[in-house]
Write a protein that binds this ligand. Sequence first.
Ligand code: HEC
Length: 187
Amino acid sequence: MSLKSEKRLPMKNFLLGVLTTLAVLAAGTFAYLRLGLAEVRADLPGSRVESYLMSTAVHASVRRHAPEIPTPVQPTDENLIAGGKIYLNECAGCHGSPGSGKDYGDVLYPPIPQLPKVGTEYSEAQIFWVAKHGIRRAGMFANGKWDSDQHLWTVAAYIKRMNALPEAVKEALEPKKAADAKDSSKQ
Ligand code: HEC
């Protein structure tokens, strides 16, 4: 064996070791999933690693895919009241109502962000995008299937400001007044 090929041997062994480790890892992951060892119950929290990986992936994907386009809906009191009504009718059942002690966060996994409590770091355009397209395997519907863009921009305007609303908007959305408005809109 020449000196040159003797030198190459450790490198070859090293690469072989790396490839074997990767193959064992891939086969192990496949077997773990295929044998049903992964937990899928929604009422058990996932492991820290799973929660970290999934939530990082979802947030990064939304940031990458949601175009930062300007909203066509100005945050006037009228539009915020309209957005609040949409939120109360279509979203609050899962995301929680402002001022209500009820928390529906842990009936789904990943947990449903209780927006009146935790707010959101997403921009208005990202909220619109999530509302329109939904989030796969998360219980978050693609509302774009039945709601117009205008409708979803209106609710996004409300969600972005839901914890800093002008008094007049808060008042108009108080549970009793909002319920009356809901009844009268049915007639
Ligand atoms: C059936 C329950 C359900 C309903 C109804 C629902 N959502 Fe969601 N939503 C979820 C879940 C679950 C998540 C978390 C997804 C994740 O983190 O992977 C979520 C996440 C979101 C987020 C991202 C929040 C953040 O900061 O991570 C926004 C924005 C959002 N929903 C908007 C809406 C809007 C607007 C409506 C009403 C038009 C709505 N949702 C109705 C279940 C729901």
